[in-house]
Design a protein around this ligand. Sequence first.
Ligand SMILES: *Cc1c(COP(=O)(O)O)cnc(C)c1O
Length: 237
Amino acid sequence: MSAIASNLQAVLLRIGSATRAAGRPEGAVRLIAVSKTFPALAVQEAIASGQRAFGENYVREAVEKMTLIDSSAGAGRPEGALEWHMIGPIQSNKTRAIAERFDWVHSVDRLEIAKRLGQQRPPGRPPLNLCLQVNISGEASKSGVAPEQLSDLARAVSDLPGVRLRGLMAIPSPEPDPARQRVSFAALKRLSDALCDLGLKADELSMGMSSDLEAAILEGATMVRIGTAIFGARHAG
Ligand SMILES: *Cc1c(COP(=O)(O)O)cnc(C)c1O
């Protein structure tokens, strides 16, 4: 078995046992394999092991990989559709490519970006699934909408054509202590519940990475975004 195949299996086991420990139904948490900086070949190995949902941060890199994978014949070609998730910061000059090539965008934190994505979604495609990224740790340097501004943004996004508001995403500041990891995830869950109280159906929670997926699942994550634990360490540059 390849390293990626066995890593994938180990991550699925972690997700399964955290889901059970949380008393949540099997299949309540979906794995998004974060393939940024890794080549199409690595994605194809994951595909061969049954993985279908992939997360990417850089549009150009992602589109190159998608094109390679789409055009590869035989062994590397997936049975069943792949699902591509944009999880990185979004520049407005990249929205067209995102609207055309991705199925989900987790990192929307401005109305302007959501509008462009909706306008540029090709007719005939289903609406682009959006999550709003929330700056849950309150760090000045991080992207994400401030919690106080979330409900206004969510209301405005939910009225846009071409996109569908699905939930929230957060990247809390790194925290080694699992009990403390849960605090930020619980805060995102409360924000999500508050949106539901406003009548907005945005119940997907994209939270949890390689080092904190268990804490995220205990607090209600529906999608975990896992890179290192599947593909290995990323190299700088
Ligand atoms: C890179 C990245 C991940 C994956 O992180 P790992 O720690 O490698 O699992 C998840 N989410 C976002 C937004 C990322 O940029």
